[in-house]
Design a protein around this ligand. Structure first.
Ligand SMILES: [Cu+2]
Length: 174
């Protein structure tokens, strides 16, 4: 954390957007953005809302490490949700299953893609304050305690952001 990279501005903006989106509907005090550590950038953040209110939703994003330190994502929170955890998607006995990911490593130069059919942040108990067309905030906690907060736009179940293209990690790569 000795070098200044000007990335703080992103986190500040993300925090302001999340506050604007929440508009006082949340009862708990908003967990406002810290900032992403130097070299960590997040793009394409979005949240897929559940089709049925009681079901979990999932947050997706791309996170890159252009810095010199290795980071290990250890935990995730979604503002407005009761709880959240990192999942990966796989197949077991011909069924699609989700497994909890204890951590996701980001060595220098690494990019991790969280997308449908792969890694995602499962968000349980999403409150009424997070609605389609609105925004909320995801906070990742790294080993050692650094945090990275960013805004995700909420989409109805089954919809994806305009121009969304899977990374090709799944089965449907051409
Ligand atoms: Cu999941």
């Amino acid at each position: 954390m000795m070098m200044k990279h000007g990335l703080n501005r992103f986190a500040v903006l993300a925090g302001a957007l999340a506050l604007a989106a929440c508009g006082g509907e949340t009862e708990a005090p908003a967990e406002v953005a810290g900032d992403c550590p130097p070299g960590i950038t997040v793009t394409d953040g979005w949240l897929s809302l559940p089709a049925v209110e009681a079901n979990p939703g999932a947050a997706y994003f791309t996170i890159s490490n252009t810095g010199e330190d290795t980071y290990m994502i250890r935990a995730a929170e979604v503002l407005g949700a009761e709880s959240a955890m990192m999942h990966d998607t796989g197949t077991w006995a011909m069924e699609v299953v989700m497994n909890e990911l204890p951590q996701v490593g980001l060595a220098p130069g690494d990019t991790a893609v969280f997308e449908p059919g792969g890694k995602h942040i499962m968000a349980m108990g999403i409150g009424a304050g997070v609605a389609a067309g609105g925004e909320t905030e995801v906070t990742l906690t790294f080993a050692g305690g650094d945090k990275c907060s960013f805004t995700v736009q909420a989409y109805p179940a089954g919809e994806t952001p305009e121009g969304f293209t899977p990374s090709g990690e799944g089965d449907d790569a051409a």
